[in-house]
Design a protein around this ligand. Structure first.
Ligand SMILES: Nc1ncnc2c1ncn2[C@@H]1O[C@H](COP(=O)(O)OP(=O)(O)OP(=O)(O)O)[C@@H](O)[C@H]1O
Length: 297
């Protein structure tokens, strides 16, 4: 059973349909990206998953259940606008919020303390939130988000403002949560992070689905008819199907016509006796796919 399942969700503000027939599901043990340009409908979709606002129509199920209190307690949400009570100590914040979620507070504290150790925040656990730096506050809020051991973890721009070391620590921790079987939804504008972290994605624009599927499948689908060849000797001039070539040292990037597959090019190179040291089909980055797909829509 999927951890979260959205079926045919619609939301209209005034006359604007800001979420239009959106359906997707996220399973335990995966990191799922919810991406799209500004104003696409991501936050509205997340707010509906959190039951902060209601969809006009459609269904949202958490572990197969409708969004009641029990189902909502299975969610951990890190909002983009961070907000913890500034006068409260880290440890008290964790206890308070875990108890609000109906969790065993002792278990939540143990879980949180282990994470605080990882983030080098354990010695700060009796500090007030207002005494923390921005990055420390952000990591603390992440710990608070997952302390009650939720099944579904929704993270809105979780890496914003973190230094490279903390960013890596947080990435590792998110991967560990995936390994524990959690469903993680990552909403971000940083495509390199999606490419690095996520198994599947949903791209929304103007409330509608643009892309939905496995990251690898999507990147393969948008592969260009191009290949990069590394060879110590220049490539033959008379290769069939090559529209354009760019040479940089031992590397040559070849643009192919639509009738010529990269495999056919490789066969030609091998039969011409070229010493191919590396051969790579050019796969666009998610960033390039994002720009292309949004422009087309
Ligand atoms: N409370 C509201 N009342 C009216 N319109 C709203 C409301 N909330 C959001 N919208 C509109 O819904 C659309 C989607 O907004 P949403 O915040 O979901 O986008 P987003 O994808 O999260 O964008 P961003 O990446 O900029 O955060 C926008 O056109 C926005 O103006």
């Amino acid at each position: 059973m999927p951890t979260v399942q959205l079926s045919h969700i619609n939301k209209t503000y005034g006359t604007a349909r800001v979420v239009d027939d959106v359906s997707f599901e996220v399973d335990g043990g995966e990191i799922f990206a919810l991406i799209g340009p500004n104003g696409a409908g991501k936050s509205t979709t997340i707010r509906m998953m959190m039951d902060i606002i209601k969809p006009d129509s459609g269904e949202i199920l958490i572990n197969g259940d409708h969004l009641g209190e029990a189902a909502k307690n299975r969610i951990g949400y890190l909002p983009e606008e961070r907000g913890l009570y500034r006068k409260l100590k880290i440890i008290d914040t964790i206890v308070y919020l875990a108890s609000l979620k109906g969790a065993d507070t002792a278990a939540a504290v143990t879980r949180a303390e282990n994470m605080l150790r990882k983030f080098d925040l354990f010695d700060h656990r009796f500090k007030k939130i207002e005494e923390l730096s921005k990055g420390m506050g952000q990591l603390t809020q992440f710990v608070v988000t997952v302390a009650h051991n939720p099944d579904l973890i929704i993270l809105d721009e979780p890496f914003a403002g973190l230094d490279p070391v903390n960013s890596r620590l947080l990435k590792d921790t998110i991967r560990e949560l995936r390994a524990e079987g959690k469903a993680v939804i990552l909403s971000t504008h940083r495509m390199n992070e999606v490419q690095e972290m996520c198994d599947r994605l949903f791209m929304i624009n103007k409330g509608r689905r643009l892309l939905y599927g496995k990251l690898d499948d999507i990147r393969r689908q948008y592969r260009a008819h191009a290949a990069v060849v590394e060879s110590p000797t220049p490539l033959p001039e008379n290769l069939t199907g090559v529209l354009n070539r760019q040479v940089k040292g031992n590397l040559t990037e070849l643009q192919l016509d639509t009738a010529t597959s990269p495999q056919a090019l490789l066969t030609q190179l091998v039969s011409a006796g070229v010493a191919v040291e590396r051969f790579e089909v050019v796969t666009p980055s998610l960033d390039e796919i994002f720009v292309r797909v949004v422009k087309q829509s």
